[in-house]
Design a protein. Structure first.
Length: 91
């Protein structure tokens, strides 16, 4: 069958098609690829009747994530809130 042949040809290949496995994430870092795979799987698993609603839900989630990233980057760019200290010489 044609389907069996496709599976045999794809056996052992990276599902992304890059040919090499992605580098392991650094310790303590979050790998967003797993999140995107989860969202794509959710979208594909939804029935056709809910396709538009699921797409809107994922879009809203990604916009919220983008807003959180923007907020965090703005917070990093602000100067620190440490009080200014002036050295006063003591005679």
């Amino acid at each position: 069958m044609k389907t069996e042949r496709v599976f045999e040809e794809d056996e052992g290949r990276d599902p992304v098609g890059s040919g090499s496995p992605p580098p392991p994430p650094r310790s303590g870092s979050l790998d967003p690829a797993a999140l995107f795979v989860l969202l794509d799987g959710l979208r594909r698993a939804a029935p056709r009747e809910l396709d538009e609603q699921v797409t809107k839900l994922i879009r809203e989630f990604l916009l919220t994530l983008r807003s959180l990233i923007d907020w965090y980057l703005e917070r990093l760019d602000r100067p620190s809130r440490e009080p200014e200290v002036e050295d006063i010489p003591i005679d």
